[in-house]
Design a protein around this ligand. Structure first.
Ligand SMILES: Cc1cc2nc3c(=O)[nH]c(=O)nc-3n(C[C@H](O)[C@H](O)[C@H](O)COP(=O)(O)OP(=O)(O)OC[C@H]3O[C@@H](n4cnc5c(N)ncnc54)[C@H](O)[C@@H]3O)c2cc1C
Length: 306
């Protein structure tokens, strides 16, 4: 029996309320707007549903892939023979933490909502995250950051589901955060369920003004009018990826519908008709030409999934 038939039978019996779709285009769930169909996509309504589903999915060989807002993903044109689990709709509980100056958010809460909530509570520290279009789960996984802030600075603890060991709550130190890296980078099958953030009391108006200022800086410097996954490459030690790409003469480099943005060379954008193959071709050409010109090997920040 195929994994999907086995999973369909199991969900019909044990999780009849779970929303699950067949051949769901990944282009609908990634900010690049590319990617073929996922054989099954599930939208759990709670952490409990997610845990049950993951357990069963692994047993039947569905190779589950947990995603948030899909803002750091490149999904293949030929689609995915696996179960994709979208946390962004259902894992959305957000509340003050049990200790003063803390907030607890489930994995699917968007960073924009989290930062807004912190502002309303008069807590500062998450202003940097307001304009990052991901979820808490994706941001913890990537140690997302901007404008001198990163998740590492504000995480108190994270609740993670490991396939073998079960659910564990890890301190910030145990999360092994570094630049665009976390414990999850070395445990790709582990899943973030929720995170607690430790913040500092601050003035609401000042927090709001800082969020507005950072959003204006993003709009001025980033090609937000086109689909993309943000910065395509990690920052190599001692350099900026965008500067290396621009000074290698690669602004505007185009393959099919994918292009190195004219506005910000660190972004590969979808000009409207890009396929994942186009995006990958641009990534490879940029890597090769920057290496040939500057001797620096750029590493994708975008997660290329199979
Ligand atoms: C316009 C634009 C601007 C951006 N600006 C920034 C920026 O300033 N700074 C920055 O760091 N990033 C930026 N990004 C990239 C992206 O938003 C971040 O990496 C974000 O943290 C990804 O979150 P997500 O929910 O979209 O994750 P997804 O793209 O859905 O997933 C990313 C990775 O995290 C994993 N993942 C997601 N949820 C979970 C979970 N619950 N448990 C375990 N693993 C999980 C996925 O499997 C995948 O490997 C930008 C992207 C865009 C499109």
């Amino acid at each position: 029996m195929s994994w999907e038939t086995e999973l369909d039978q199991w969900t019909a019996e044990y999780l009849p309320d779970l929303k699950i779709t067949n051949d769901e285009p990944m282009s609908r769930h990634t900010s690049f707007r590319v990617g073929g169909p996922a054989k099954r996509m599930a939208f759990p309504a709670s952490g409990e549903q997610l845990v049950l589903l993951l357990d069963r999915a692994r047993e039947c060989g569905a190779r589950p892939l947990v995603i948030g807002n899909g803002t750091n993903l490149l999904a293949p044109d030929e689609g995915l023979d696996r179960l994709v689990i979208d946390t962004s709709a259902g894992l959305n509980r957000l509340e003050p933490g049990t200790e003063p100056d803390t907030l607890t958010a489930e994995a699917g809460v968007s960073l924009a909502r989290l930062a807004d909530f912190a502002c309303k509570q008069g807590l500062t520290g998450l202003e940097f995250a307001h304009g990052i279009p991901g979820t808490v789960g994706g941001a913890v996984c990537m140690n997302a950051g901007a404008y001198d802030g990163e998740m590492k600075q504000v995480i108190e603890r994270v609740t993670v589901l490991f396939p073998e060991e079960g659910i564990k709550t890890l301190s910030c130190g145990e999360m092994d955060f570094s630049y665009r890296h976390s414990l999850l980078s070395d445990h790709p099958d582990a899943v973030v369920l929720r995170a607690t953030f430790r913040l500092v009391p601050g003035d609401r108006e000042t927090i709001r003004a800082r969020m507005r200022e950072l959003m204006a800086r993003r709009k001025a410097s980033q090609p937000l009018e086109y689909p993309s996954a943000g910065s395509t490459f990690k920052r190599p030690a001692g350099y900026f990826a965008g500067t290396l790409i621009e000074s290698s003469g690669l602004k505007g480099l185009t393959v099919g519908g994918a292009q190195v943005s004219e506005k910000h060379a660190g972004f590969v954008i979808n000009t409207g008709t890009a396929t994942a193959a186009d995006v990958l071709a641009v990534i490879r050409q940029v890597q090769d030409r920057v290496y040939a010109e500057k001797g620096v090997r750029l590493e994708p920040e975008v997660r290329i999934i199979h």
